[in-house]
Design a protein around this ligand. Structure first.
Ligand code: ADP
Ligand code: MG
Length: 730
């Protein structure tokens, strides 16, 4: 078998890379051509309508029917001009993928004449029969129906494929009874919260601020593998990761891949991807090799969060499609290969006002820096108070391999802020006190706060081991897994920060009411927050063993198990937070919790069955065949009447192979029994824990035996492509 597949691999790598041509010489000439953005709206919409739409988008208010009708008709005109025949509501159900169901523009009138139509109603709302998408039991109890509703804050776009073009309309997905069933709806609610809460706090510093947008820049890591090799690995095809494979002699230890020159084939893929992304208005800016061989990263310029998330979901989809043209498969799994780096999706987050001020960027006056410190410290406090929830927002079967593993942030939530800002916070802590500050103290403090920017410029000691790091003008949440829909962590982050800002405002207002000066009141509350959140700040090596011990002493959680990490989603505090911020009802939170547990269990179940199949039907027969060959070799030598020590090696190998095989058999049987046991419980959490605590450890045991056999059996006979072939990109 191997022979045939390797032949297609040889063909694949001997082929010249596909070099695609950009639609125009300059990116600026075709950036966003497939987006119904402000520019296209200007061309296609009457002025009055355009005004109304922009106002609704900015205020988040409903767009009325008549306006929707006009938008639909101009969207249709614009799209048909570009050869589009179908449209779809594009949404993000809790499967983690994007979903679409296409409808044609064409309709029939009563005389059976065909004509093209796209009504306001079709734009605003659809009822896809989505009963097989996960709902955590919500739709079974009430109505089977769910509907998608237009999100006008993310522009419609055209998805091109060789076979045709489709107009995609970003939507939220909710149940008929109004419960959210997707990633986007809770994110939009969280963004509404952060806007409201941040604007209220901004008013202390600048009365002109009318809106605050959360911004997000997503760094996307991924692996590339040749399609022929991918198809020769059933584990990659079915689970996204390799369940077996001995470590290669040369992995990433030479550190020669990172920022190295990009291999020609990968380069061709990246440029092609960029052309496609640019047409869709995705501002891809950075591309480079990552740490592991055949691992890469791309990052767009940051955008408003809702758009950034849509663009990231769309980008992953594009990557998959474009890769096919280049005979590549993109691996988005957090840990496709054991023993080398996994992939993350760093979420760079900040807040920006409609006056153009980045609230996490220190300014050049004490006043703007007090504003900076306010948002900075409140974020730290929010993360401190809801660290478990943030941890839960990134928990998944894939990310479990990464958190705490080789060169990935640990499962312990901590925040890195750099030595200079640590000093500033320490100073506020020691200078500001419960009693009234003296004028000298105030002047001194103001002076120091005013000095922040020049200090930050020198702050180059960027700690790469922290899961949540301040990087000069934004926070970078690094523990997010490469497959994760960023709505999940960003929904939580913006909710907890909004919640904290409201709390902060309440406390400051209370002091002001007691006649404490505004700045002093702010500083007093900030000091309190600094003290209360101190133990989540960590400047040292997050990958070290000492940190695990130190974190334990500080009482910080270190939850390795996904099933247990997810508990935080339905804790008393979480439900209170969700309800008071109008993110989820208790029912929705529980439904989501259930869906995530099921997702975890199902993925492990697939892995478990695949491991059993591969081990018993691929690996053991190969090992037996080789063993039989060894036996006849020994018999031949015996026939020659040679001394036993001549075939010592073969005899030992025969025995070791038998030992490994019986090990595998025993472990696979045990795994099957445990799976049956897991089937006997209906409790999603209990089931997930059996999979995590009992079944998953067997994966490693089986793997040890299989990987040992890989080192014994004739290379030509081994049924799977090996690590050295897969990770060294040719
Ligand atoms: P690095 O790998 O050094 O962390 P990259 O350049 O790969 O940095 O990615 C940094 C990301 O952070 C980019 O997507 C960038 O646009 C984004 N970013 C920069 N400023 C902000 C901001 N104010 N808010 C959100 N994201 C930001
Ligand atoms: Mg980067």
């Amino acid at each position: 078998m191997a022979e045939i597949r390797f032949k297609s691999y040889e063909q694949s790598i001997s082929r010249k890379p596909v070099i695609s041509k950009p639609p125009a010489d300059k990116v600026s000439e075709y950036f966003g051509v497939n987006v119904f953005d402000f520019k296209s709206m200007q061309r296609y919409l009457p002025k009055e309508t355009l005004k109304k739409v922009t106002a609704s988008i900015n205020s988040g208010d409903r767009i009325d029917r008549q306006v929707a009708e006009q938008i639909a008709s101009s969207m249709k005109a614009w799209a048909m001009n570009k050869g589009v025949t179908h449209y779809t509501h594009w949404f993000q159900p809790l499967t983690g993928n994007t979903a679409e169901k296409h409808d044609a523009f064409f309709e029939l009138d009563s005389n059976l004449n065909a004509f093209e139509n796209f009504s306001g109603e079709a734009l605003v709302q659809q009822e896809p029969d989505a009963s097989s998408l996960p709902s955590g039991g919500i739709r079974n109890t009430f109505e089977a129906r769910g509907y998608t509703a237009w999100d006008p804050s993310s522009p419609a776009f055209i998805m091109e494929s060789a076979a045709g073009k489709t107009l995609c309309i970003p939507t939220v997905f909710v149940s008929y009874t109004g419960e959210t069933l997707d990633y986007k709806a809770p994110l939009l609610k969280a963004l509404h919260n952060i806007d409201e809460a941040a604007v209220a706090v901004c008013k202390y510093f600048d009365k002109n601020v009318g809106r605050v947008n959360a911004t997000l820049g997503i760094e996307q890591e991924y692996f590339l593998i040749d399609t022929a090799l991918f198809h020769a690995r059933p584990d990659l095809m079915m689970t996204g990761r390799t369940v077996f494979g001995h470590a290669p002699a040369k992995g990433q230890q030479m550190e020669d891949h990172y920022f190295g020159s990009i291999p020609e084939r990968a380069y061709a893929f990246m440029t092609d991807l960029e052309y496609e992304a640019f047409k869709l208005g995705i501002p891809l800016k950075t591309r480079h090799n990552e740490v592991a061989p055949s691992q890469f990263e791309c990052a767009p310029v940051f955008e408003e969060i809702n758009l950034a998330v849509d663009h990231n979901q769309l980008l992953m989809d594009l990557m998959d499609k474009v890769a096919r043209r280049h005979n590549f498969k993109v691996l988005f799994h957090e840990k496709p290969y054991a023993g080398i780096n996994g992939s993350g999706k760093h979420n760079n987050w900040s807040l920006v006002t409609d006056t153009g001020k980045n609230l996490l960027s220190p300014g050049n006056t004490p006043k703007t820096n007090l504003q900076f410190l306010t948002f900075f410290i409140n974020t730290i406090k929010a993360v401190h108070d809801y660290a478990d929830l943030l941890r839960a927002s990134i928990a998944s079967s894939g990310n479990a391999h990464r958190l705490g593993a080789n060169e990935a942030p640990p499962a312990i939530m901590s925040i890195f802020i750099g030595s200079q800002l640590t000093q500033v916070l320490d100073e506020i802590e020691s200078t500001v006190s419960a009693k009234k500050m003296t004028p000298e103290e105030k002047t001194e403090l103001k002076l120091n706060i005013g000095r922040i920017p020049e200090i930050l410029l020198d702050n180059t000691d960027r700690n790469r081991t922290s899961p949540f790091a301040f990087t000069g003008n934004k926070f970078e949440f690094r523990a997010v897994g490469s497959q994760t829909n960023s709505s999940s962590p960003m929904g939580i982050l913006n909710t907890i920060v909004a919640n904290q800002l409201r709390q902060f405002k309440k406390e400051v207002d209370a002091l002001i009411k007691k006649k404490v000066g505004k700045d002093e009141a702010i500083l007093k509350v900030l000091r309190k927050l600094i003290v209360e959140s101190k133990n989540i700040r960590f400047e040292g090596n997050g990958y070290g063993e000492e940190w695990v011990k130190e974190a334990k002493k500080r009482g910080l959680a270190n939850i390795q198990s996904t099933a247990e990490a997810l508990d935080a989603l339905i804790s008393k505090e979480a439900i209170e937070l969700f309800e008071s911020n109008n993110i989820f009802s208790k029912r929705e939170a529980h439904a989501r919790h259930e869906i995530l547990l099921e997702d975890f269990t199902k993925k492990l179940e697939i892995e478990s069955r695949l491991i059993g199949d591969l081990a018993v039907n691929h690996i053991i027969p190969t090992a037996l065949k080789y063993q039989t060959m060894l036996i006849s070799n020994v018999q031949g030598l015996q026939n020659l009447k040679l001394k036993a020590d001549v075939f010592d090696f073969q005899l030992n190998l025969i025995k070791t192979i038998s030992k490994r095989i019986s090990g595998i058999k025993k472990e696979v049987e045990e795994m099957v029994k445990l799976r049956e046991k897991a089937e006997t419980t209906d409790n999603a959490r209990k089931k997930a824990i059996i999979y995590n605590d009992k079944i998953k450890p067997l994966f490693d045991k089986i793997r040890t035996n299989v990987d040992a056999l890989e080192m014994m059996v004739d290379d030509k006979e081994w049924p799977l492509p090996k690590y050295r072939e897969m990770i060294l990109l040719r």
